[in-house]
Design a protein around this ligand. Sequence first.
Ligand code: C2E
Ligand code: CA
Ligand code: CA
Ligand code: CA
Length: 282
Amino acid sequence: AKAEGRRCYHFYTPEMDAALQERMELDQSMRQALERGEFHLVYQPRVDLASGRVLSLEALVRWHHPQWGMISPGRFIPLAEETGFILSLGPEVLRQACEQIRAWKARGVPTVTVAVNLSARELREPDVVDRILGVLADTGLEASDLEIEITESAAMSSIEQTIRTLTELNTQGVRISIDDFGTAYSSLNYLKRLPVHAIKIDQSFVSEMKDDPANHPEDAAIIRAIIGLGETLGLKVIAEGIENTLQRDFLLDHGCVQGQGYLYSRPVPAEDVERLLNPAQA
Ligand code: C2E
Ligand code: CA
Ligand code: CA
Ligand code: CA
């Protein structure tokens, strides 16, 4: 009876052990993958919604494991944040993006700003500004070649530190956008104090507009409110996850002129996006 009683206090069940085991294995594999060069970037155009012209790009990381195949960042980025591996992966992503821009410039490809996602954990590192500026210097790029995307929830936590960090970056010419906007609890007062260039309407709202927006009045209202907020604060508004023309038309009708999504292009390898940047060579 005593043994049984004690078992009640066991913290891990066998199922939890298995899950923990799997996560530890994935973490170990990520670290090996970095050494083996299994991470690379794809790029999704952000376009002018009316014309489809490419205005900038978002870099998104991909992991091709030799046996397991493609592993989605939705699976490994949250784990990498938790274990701290993101502090090794993040710099690799930034370096690859900057080297790609440099390579395009060297070959005369007309480049646009490339946005790189910066995780909450990276944003909290004391040397994050020096690190970003260091990569720009090493690759000989202008600060305006790079944009940093930070999720709303990352930006709004430790707000005073965030304001200092982003202000330093912005002073150096690096643009900032707030990702997944509308999913966290922004204080508008803080938003006003952040040196932000753009807010990105989270795709969960845009995805509801795939059929008649009248069927999703709350999502439609949130989108309109974000667009209005952008106008009021003088921020660019970028819609994410646009998959069909109904979504595009709804956004255009309400004054959102910029966005990204499968309707225009999936995230694609550098060679493919190059053709979109350089239509003359296509
Ligand atoms: P995110 O930054 O919000 O990126 C947008 C995600 O939506 C991307 O998923 C993109 O492929 C996908 N997407 C683009 N257009 C459409 C569309 O029309 N419909 C739908 N359903 N999805 C669309 P992905 O590449 O799987 O990345 C997922 C998340 O992983 C990203 O969300 C971001 O939070 C994180 N992530 C990806 N790459 C990086 C990175 O290099 N660093 C960091 N810190 N996080 C990254
Ligand atoms: Ca993003
Ligand atoms: Ca997003
Ligand atoms: Ca809805």
